[in-house]
Design a protein around this ligand. Structure first.
Ligand SMILES: NC(=O)c1ccc[n+]([C@@H]2O[C@H](COP(=O)([O-])OP(=O)(O)OC[C@H]3O[C@@H](n4cnc5c(N)ncnc54)[C@H](OP(=O)(O)O)[C@@H]3O)[C@@H](O)[C@H]2O)c1
Length: 418
């Protein structure tokens, strides 16, 4: 069993990174030449809570960071209400002392690459022009895998999406700051996922890309290269065996080979029962790094977690929101906590996952949900909150594997993924 540890497995770290906001349209504003009316990119994370709060107008936040957050939050509300996005910088008292300041405010522009913003007097040309770019700061928690690789703890899954839907969702997610993408041969949308990655303009090395081999190709010598080709990449950050069909050992050896060749950076097992997981740990050369299983507050995988803790393996939760089950999402405890923290019920559930050590990949085609699902790193549930959620553990799962189902997967052929 090969276990190359360079960092403490399981360790969770918070990291931040900056990203310049892409800007691609200027709307002209009378009197300001090509300086635009205030328009935030609608598909960006500008109204996604902490992302927005963290948005730094670099020059301004250096002077007044708290004020910047206030401005941006106000802008969000006003944008959501359909107002023009102009924010007067000075308070009423400041304006009373200096009437010149009355119509001085902050304009935001959706402009050409290299965002620009300006402090202008509404009736006069801009007094000062500040050349962008906008810098937004994102926060993410990372799980250190048992081979030292750091994996983001929240991302997006594209199960049950057409290639075009996956393309749109992945692009939207990456533009909102998401950096973890989960797909599979079996979703037949890896090509769309690859296009979404390329459309986003986010560098490949900044993305943690996860996919899964389907049982019918476990023994196919070219399966991993074909997967790389569909995704349009030359490596996969984490490659799973999707199902524990009888030929899984052959599939595992293929992944191990790709791992040694550098085509795969981490190995995972999905839907494996404990006994097969233990067999893999005991008999295979390379220790798996991650398991992907159904997990949510109704079924928190308490027993499996004991094996994982012992081996430094991470749990990636599928159906983290119960596949959108409203009876789960609307449980009163989530509504109560959502009110307490100013978050949505879904965000509370996802935060519970992360604090339980689970990596989450909620699926969504809705850009607002995609942003919300990523915006869970600016608050923490208390021990009491976590205990209240733990009471929902009822041992109920949405999916039960049967021997017949597993056998059927072994012959379920993939359709072409376009
Ligand atoms: N390994 C496996 O065998 C396996 C099996 C199943 C899934 N998975 C992986 O796990 C991922 C997640 O599973 P899933 O997508 O089926 O289930 P899920 O993430 O638990 O739930 C997705 C559903 O929740 C809704 N939703 C998402 N964000 C929301 C929000 N903020 N507020 C309210 N509703 C929200 C979505 O609708 P909207 O589109 O309207 O947002 C969608 O209907 C999959 O995409 C896939 O990557 C793996």
């Amino acid at each position: 069993m090969l276990l190359a540890m360079t960092a403490l497995p399981g360790r969770v770290e918070t990291m931040q990174w900056n990203q310049n906001t892409p800007i691609d349209e200027v709307v002209s504003y009378p009197g300001f030449g090509d300086w635009g009316r205030l328009i935030f990119p609608a598909d960006e994370g500008y109204y996604s809570g902490s992302t927005l709060g963290d948005l730094r107008l670099t020059w301004y936040s250096n002077i007044q960071p708290a004020k910047t957050v206030e401005i941006v939050n106000t802008l969000r509300e006003r944008a959501d209400a359909g107002e023009q996005l102009f924010y007067p910088i000075y308070s009423e008292a400041e304006v009373a002392a200096d009437p010149w300041k009355a119509d001085t405010g902050l304009f935001f522009f959706r402009g050409k690459p290299g965002a620009r913003f300006a402090i202008c007097k509404v009736t006069n040309p801009c007094l000062s022009i500040w050349q962008g770019p906008f810098t937004r700061r994102y926060t993410m928690e990372y799980f250190t895998l048992n081979n030292g690789i750091k994996m983001p703890m929240a991302g997006i899954g594209v199960f049950m999406m057409s290639p075009a839907e996956a393309e749109a969702a992945v692009e939207s997610a990456l533009r909102s700051g998401v950096r973890l993408i989960d797909t599979a041969n079996g979703y037949m949308n890896e090509s769309g996922t690859g296009r979404g990655i390329r459309n986003s303009g986010v560098a490949r090395e900044d993305i943690f890309l996860v996919t899964k081999l389907w049982p019918t190709v476990y023994g196919k010598a070219t399966a991993i290269d074909e997967t790389l080709q569909r995704l349009g990449t030359d490596y996969i950050d984490l490659l799973f065996l999707h199902q524990p069909t009888d030929n899984w050992r052959e599939g595992y050896r293929a992944i191990e080979k790709a791992y040694k060749e550098g085509k795969v950076k981490a190995i995972g097992l999905s839907n494996f029962p404990d006994e097969l997981l233990l067999e893999a740990i005991d008999t295979m050369e390379i220790m798996p790094q991650v398991v992907q299983v159904e997990a949510h507050p109704y079924f928190p995988q308490t027993e499996l977690k004991q094996i994982l803790t012992r081996t430094g393996m991470a749990l990636m939760a599928w159906y983290p929101l119960g596949h959108g089950d409203k009876t789960l999402i609307q449980q009163p405890v989530f509504t109560e906590l959502a009110e307490k923290y100013g978050k949505t019920n879904a965000q509370i559930i996802l935060r519970w996952h992360v604090q339980s050590g689970n990596i989450v990949i909620p699926g969504s085609k809705n850009p607002a949900h995609i942003r919300d699902n990523f915006d869970i790193f600016d608050f923490a549930l208390t021990d009491d909150d976590m205990a209240a959620i733990a009471k929902l553990n009822s041992g109920v799962r949405y999916y039960t594997a049967t021997p017949e189902l597993i056998a059927a997967y072994a012959t379920m052929e993939l359709r072409p993924d376009l």
